[in-house]
Write a protein that binds this ligand. Sequence first.
Ligand SMILES: Nc1ncnc2c1ncn2[C@@H]1O[C@H](COP(=O)(O)OP(=O)(O)OP(=O)(O)O)[C@@H](O)[C@H]1O
Ligand SMILES: [Mg+2]
Length: 316
Amino acid sequence: MVEDRKKLVEVQNLDITFNQGRKNQTLAVQNVSFDIYEGETFGLVGESGSGKTTIGRAIMKLYQPTAGKINYDGQDVTKIKKKADLQQFHQAVQMIFQDPQASLDMRMKVKDIIAEGLDANHLVDSDEQRTKIVEDMLETVGLKREHANRYPHEFSGGQRQRIGIARALAMNPKFIIADEPISALDVSIQAQVVNLMQELQKKQNLTYLFIAHDLSMVKYISDRIGVLHWGKMVEIGPADEVYNHPLHDYTKSLLSSIPEPDPDVEKHRQPIIYDPTREMDGKARDMVEIAPQHFVWATPEEIPMYQERAQAYGLI
Ligand SMILES: Nc1ncnc2c1ncn2[C@@H]1O[C@H](COP(=O)(O)OP(=O)(O)OP(=O)(O)O)[C@@H](O)[C@H]1O
Ligand SMILES: [Mg+2]
């Protein structure tokens, strides 16, 4: 059972407000809680501006929570202060970005990009060791040793994303935050990068936070999925359940917006429109476990409705 596994990341009642007290104050993340178990992939989905990147960056310690708590491996990340502890944390937690074009320095050779974190943290003792790590990483992500001396512009989008993955892996991380790592890639290349990430996960027992716009992108790779809407987590559950039997209306609307590959089915697709004002009634909501490990953001009065849905789907 998933509950027996170790919680590697614990996010508790996280609030992140930008420009607090000013006119342009933004409540980017509001009262969000979720855990990520060691070795799993947690998919985080939501439309543009819903707060996905903000949560990822807060876990990386790049943003300070306005309220709430983030634990990594049992430690409160905001309290990691000692140089050695910071170094260990920044080694263990790595990020892969959406746009390899923007996240790789185009003036640097591939070998220097891959070794950037190693150099910054003085993690290699000799040129030979550095070269060996770079070459191993290139091979691990399906590129060639000879690519070490080239520049990013000499690669395709998919290959550049592999360089980004190699750069993260060079640090020998435990946890990788992948912020829309396949969104900028051709559909034909997306599956290759996802497969590579899954292989690496198995081999190195990695834990992933995999961020995406679209549920169809995360359903295959994720063990569990969390759905964000306007900074709030509205549903969390096992990936196949959230995809096949969504309980929250926002998740339903997100799913109904995915185009169907079959043109005949697509012709009859009825997008569900979600009315967000429903959740702006000022009532207190909480994550309620409606079916095993399947949570919905609900008031006490809404619980029977979600229970009925779960029953109709055969979840309880
Ligand atoms: N550094 C910042 N300063 C001020 N506001 C910010 C900052 N970063 C994000 N925001 C705001 O916080 C909200 C959430 O942004 P965030 O980038 O986390 O969304 P996202 O879900 O990652 O969107 P996308 O899918 O477009 O990447 C948005 O309203 C955004 O404008
Ligand atoms: Mg983002």
